[in-house]
Design a protein around this ligand. Sequence first.
Ligand SMILES: Nc1ncnc2c1ncn2[C@@H]1O[C@H](COP(=O)(O)OP(=O)(O)O)[C@@H](O)[C@H]1O
Ligand SMILES: [Mg+2]
Length: 380
Amino acid sequence: MPESIWYNASMKPFKYGCVVTGETFCPRPDLQKRLATCVKDGQNVVLVGERRMGKTSLVYSVCNGLKRYRMMYVDLLNIRTVADFCNRVATAAAQLGKKESFVSRALSFMARLRPTLSVDPGNGMPVVSVDSRMAEDPSSMSDVMALIEKFSSDERMFVVFDEFQEVKKLDAGDQVLAMLRGKIQFLQDTCFVFSGSVRSDMVDIFTNPKSPFFKSAMTISVANIPDDEFAPFLIERFKTGNRIADRAFIDAVFDFTGRTTGDVQQLCAAVWNTTEKGSRLSTADIKPALEEIFEQESGPFELQTTRLTRYQFKVLVALAKLGGRNVYSSEFMSAAEVPSSGTATKALQRLVADGLVFVHDKEYRFFNPFLRAWLINKGY
Ligand SMILES: Nc1ncnc2c1ncn2[C@@H]1O[C@H](COP(=O)(O)OP(=O)(O)O)[C@@H](O)[C@H]1O
Ligand SMILES: [Mg+2]
């Protein structure tokens, strides 16, 4: 029987696609210390990094390490309206673990928005929803901020706005940002952490002189975990899962994935899944692991690539095969079968806009290393 079936899910040595805590979290002492210091000092922070690098897991680890502080974690992913924003904030406040009577009293601070408190049948956690008509006006922000003020006056707390760039996408995004900034600057003792992806409006919100948040917080960048810290951690995780991995193998995993934390974990999870107990791992174990990943991901990959025009697809395949450094070389242009550099430029722009590739140091790179490998494997 494959080990993955009898191995309890919580015992799996590698996790991806979720926040990692406890033994599946590789310590990041420098970042954890810097963020914890900001929390204690009430210094606001912008946490930026590529997706899947570990921003959310980092804030959770800091929360776990600061026993005297509570974290109010507001996930702003996919908010569409000001009411959504208010709901997420109020729900995060209600989930701080306070008595129901305290929560109900606190909600009276936003009585104008007619909040209702209920319980999520899925996880038993409290959920707040406000009257959507009352909350469409950006000024309702002051009511939810009053709620944060109430909670932060009661005990030591820090507030995390995760995927903060989503605010900018709201119709009233700029107004909401201005209101938020106006309120936050009076909450001097409370640390606000604004977390988001580098490839988004995040950078603009904090660096554009016209933005209300211009230079309002200290930036902490979350890049990859240094190899010399991540490799021993992964070797140990393999050992826990009855596999023997050496540094050369881990380096091959790093090179393949481009070191994005979540991708490294995904590949290690697949290697673990597709090898036998007691195996000594080698680079030959990467191919079967990739096949497992292709099987899981082929649906989304097909969907992403069938939407493309012929030229866009050809350019994407050429990027997979030849890399993205010399996209106007004759070799690249003929591989991509594009008639002119203008056509190549247009196709590249669309691939960037679609979030399939991004530009780093004048090089086009895949967001997802497994998509690249999948294209090559398909023999396009
Ligand atoms: N410190 C860490 N140690 C081990 N794996 C990590 C760590 N941080 C992130 N990961 C891996 O990356 C994935 C994405 O982490 P997450 O915190 O959600 O990133 P982000 O918020 O930057 O998108 C996790 O599911 C996990 O596989
Ligand atoms: Mg995150």
